[in-house]
Design a protein around this ligand. Structure first.
Ligand SMILES: *[C@@H]1O[C@H](CO)[C@@H](O)[C@H](O)[C@H]1NC(C)=O
Ligand SMILES: *[C@@H]1O[C@H](CO)[C@@H](O)[C@H](O)[C@H]1NC(C)=O
Ligand SMILES: *[C@@H]1O[C@H](CO)[C@@H](O)[C@H](O)[C@H]1NC(C)=O
Ligand SMILES: *[C@@H]1O[C@H](CO)[C@@H](O)[C@H](O)[C@H]1NC(C)=O
Ligand SMILES: *[C@@H]1O[C@H](CO)[C@@H](O)[C@H](O)[C@H]1NC(C)=O
Ligand SMILES: *[C@@H]1O[C@H](CO)[C@@H](O)[C@H](O)[C@H]1NC(C)=O
Ligand SMILES: *[C@@H]1O[C@H](CO)[C@@H](O)[C@H](O)[C@H]1NC(C)=O
Ligand SMILES: *[C@@H]1O[C@H](CO)[C@@H](O)[C@H](O)[C@H]1NC(C)=O
Ligand SMILES: *[C@@H]1O[C@H](CO)[C@@H](O)[C@H](O)[C@H]1NC(C)=O
Ligand SMILES: *[C@@H]1O[C@H](CO)[C@@H](O)[C@H](O)[C@H]1NC(C)=O
Ligand SMILES: *[C@@H]1O[C@H](CO)[C@@H](O)[C@H](O)[C@H]1NC(C)=O
Ligand SMILES: *[C@@H]1O[C@H](CO)[C@@H](O)[C@H](O)[C@H]1NC(C)=O
Length: 504
């Protein structure tokens, strides 16, 4: 008790003379180191700061300045966190809230810096300065969404302590558009401590040999290379070295080949995103080697053979399966074997939008006990919505838009959907037999029932769904629209589509 009191007093005292000596737990520690304070002030000189974010950067104790953190033992500045989410609240960013200007090398005065985050600012397309490669102790560098451009300096390869490198989303829509560019990626292989790499939106020049560079980093865990202009050139590997790789995102590139075979040797892989490339051919049975796989996205590879999905049967940990925009061309019941295997116990998300599926909705859909999101929109599925759907107690999003579904859906079928937020049944010929004063167990955010038959009166139950932001109930047969002000019923509504009330 007494000790606590003394500590409190000391702390109070420490506040009083904070500018000279700070005291913590009775141990005196020097305040901010003057050389580092001057380095920060000189760095600030180069910045543009219209909203005066750095107004606290005055006085002696730089360790108390906003975004600055010191080691509480040595007082060295170890962390600079100038991420600025308010800059990106709107797109394009409102520069009033961004830091901009130049990045002066005076920053190098911070010799003990191990964390630097300048993300979400607008540096107007300047290059990443070469001196950034000189922070020997840097473990974390985040220049994501900072509007930097041009060639990434090879000097970054000197950051031998770096564990996190995030250079993503530096695309800016000026004229001409700008982005970060990698010419030769070999410097990445010198980042021997690297574990997390994100270069989404960085453009890789042909011959960058990025894959060969990454393959020299056996401890890398996550790699995000979405929308990097990567194509099939030098996409082969003689021997796979990344034995720790868990996440690989190569979505939205231009890979025009079969699924690269070396992928199947990375048995640690849990998340593989190859969506929206030009991958063709079959899904080889070697995919069964990826027994840890929790998420697989192959959507948007229009020439992938969808016919033999049976190889997915053995992926017993799969939670997320993206197969949208692939030509599967099957009747749903032909997929029985795939989806009645162990996958049905793990799957939480199944996206099969626009896949030329036909047939009826099978009863086994009700067996996916963990299913949260089901999207079968844009297919040729016919028949009724089976009663078994009602067993999906975890469902958050159900998307069946644009099929040939027919028949009656009853209140009972919705009775288990306590978590439902998104419901899209539009462009079918369904009859929703819901009583006027039904009390649904869910609170929707988005509801699309255009062209479903609803009845003449605007339902009382719909008025209770206060959280709706998107609503399409065109052509639902409603005729009593007088005095209906949707903005009053749904205070958060952003999109509504109610034309042709009576056209049915
Ligand atoms: C510095 O302070 C933080 C909490 O404020 C504490 O977690 C950390 O252990 C301290 N470090 C040293 C070296 O005293
Ligand atoms: C940016 O924010 C400032 C301050 O809130 C505001 O006055 C200005 O109109 C905004 N500019 C734009 C383009 O939105
Ligand atoms: C980098 O900053 C962005 C915000 O700008 C954040 O979303 C991202 O998670 C950060 N990256 C890492 C590796 O922490
Ligand atoms: C940093 O990297 C560059 C090019 O990669 C190299 O020429 C230079 O010698 C390195 N600097 C230091 C201090 O290691
Ligand atoms: C980039 O990837 C890292 C993991 O490698 C992740 O932590 C980070 O959030 C990603 N950045 C953005 C902006 O999403
Ligand atoms: C691969 O992309 C590069 C530029 O990113 C381009 O010059 C080259 O022609 C492309 N190669 C193929 C085979 O498409
Ligand atoms: C595998 O990684 C080690 C260590 O980084 C490296 O020496 C070796 O050259 C790599 N092998 C290949 C085939 O890239
Ligand atoms: C993949 O593993 C097989 C069997 O372990 C091995 O023969 C083959 O060389 C490996 N391929 C690559 C690209 O590492
Ligand atoms: C993929 O490559 C093949 C053969 O090299 C070519 O005919 C085809 O046009 C390419 N597809 C795309 C989308 O580039
Ligand atoms: C609701 O879920 C329970 C438990 O899974 C199940 O027994 C019941 O049949 C379901 N109700 C409907 C209408 O499907
Ligand atoms: C609608 O449901 C009621 C019971 O709630 C039932 O009596 C009626 O037959 C149903 N109508 C249709 C078209 O299924
Ligand atoms: C409505 O949305 C708000 C904010 O997203 C949430 O906190 C609230 O729980 C929601 N209400 C219902 C009834 O779901």
């Amino acid at each position: 008790m007494d000790l606590k009191r003394t500590q409190l007093l000391l702390l109070f005292f420490a506040f009083l003379c904070a500018d000279q000596v700070r005291k913590l737990n009775g141990i005196s520690i020097p305040s901010c180191i003057p050389i580092e304070r001057n380095a920060l002030l000189a760095f600030k000189e180069g910045l543009k700061d219209p909203s005066n974010r750095l107004s606290s950067w005055v006085g002696d104790d730089c360790c108390t300045w906003e975004g600055v953190a010191c080691d509480n033992r040595t007082s060295h500045v170890v962390k600079l966190h100038l991420r600025n989410p308010s800059c990106f609240e709107y797109y394009p960013p409102n520069n009033t809230w961004c830091l901009g200007g130049e990045l002066r090398p005076s920053l190098l005065g911070l010799k003990h810096l191990n964390y630097l985050d300048l993300s979400m600012n607008n540096f107007g397309g300047i290059r990443i300065p070469e001196f950034m490669g000189s922070f020997r102790q840097l473990k974390y560098l985040n220049l994501s969404s900072a509007y930097m451009g041009g060639l990434i300096p090879h000097q970054l390869g000197n950051l031998s302590s770096l564990q996190y490198l995030d250079l993503s989303y530096n695309y800016y829509d000026d004229n001409p558009p700008g982005f970060l560019i990698i010419d030769i990626a070999i410097w990445i292989s010198r980042l021997s401590s690297l574990r997390y790499l994100n270069m989404s939106d960085v453009k890789f020049r042909e011959g960058a040999h990025w894959l060969q560079a990454l393959n020299m980093l056996p401890s890398v865990i996550e790699v995000h290379l979405s929308d990097c202009g990567i194509n099939t050139t030098s996409l082969s590997l003689p021997h796979v070295n990344f034995t720790s790789l868990s996440i690989l995102d190569l979505s939205f590139n231009s890979i025009n080949s079969t699924i690269p075979g070396w992928l199947f040797n990375i048995s640690s892989l849990e998340y593989l995103d190859l969506s929206y490339n030009f991958i063709w051919g079959i899904i080889p049975s070697a995919i069964e080697n990826l027994a840890s796989l929790k998420a697989l996205d192959l959507s948007g590879n229009h020439f992938l053979e969808g016919k033999i999905l049976i190889v997915l049967e053995g992926l017993c940990k799969l939670q997320y399966l993206g197969l949208s925009d692939i030509n599967i061309s099957k009747n749903l019941h032909e997929l029985d074997k795939v989806f009645t295997g162990c996958i049905k116990n793990s799957l939480e998300t199944l996206y099969m939008r626009n896949t030329q599926l036909g047939g009826y909705l099978p009863d086994w859909l009700g067996d996916f006990r963990k299913l949260k999101y089901l999207d079968l929109s844009g297919n040729s599925i016919s028949g009724p919505a089976p009663a078994s759907l009602g067993r999906l107690v975890e469902l958050v999003g159900l998307y069946l838009r644009q099929n040939f579904l027919k028949g009656v859906m009853s209140e009972e079928q919705f009775a288990n959907f306590t978590k439902l937020k998104y419901l899209d049944l539009s462009q079918n010929q369904l009859i929703l037999n819901l009583t006027f004063d039904w009390i649904p167990c869910f609170h929707l955010s988005e509801l699309y029932i255009g062209s479903c038959m609803l009845g003449a009166r605007f339902p009382a139950w719909l008025r209770m769904q206060k959280n709706i932001t998107y609503l399409d109930m065109s052509s639902t047969g409603i005729s009593d629209t007088t005095g209906l002000v949707l903005e009053v019923i749904f205070p958060d509504i952003r999109l509504r589509y109610l034309q042709q009330w009576n056209h049915r």
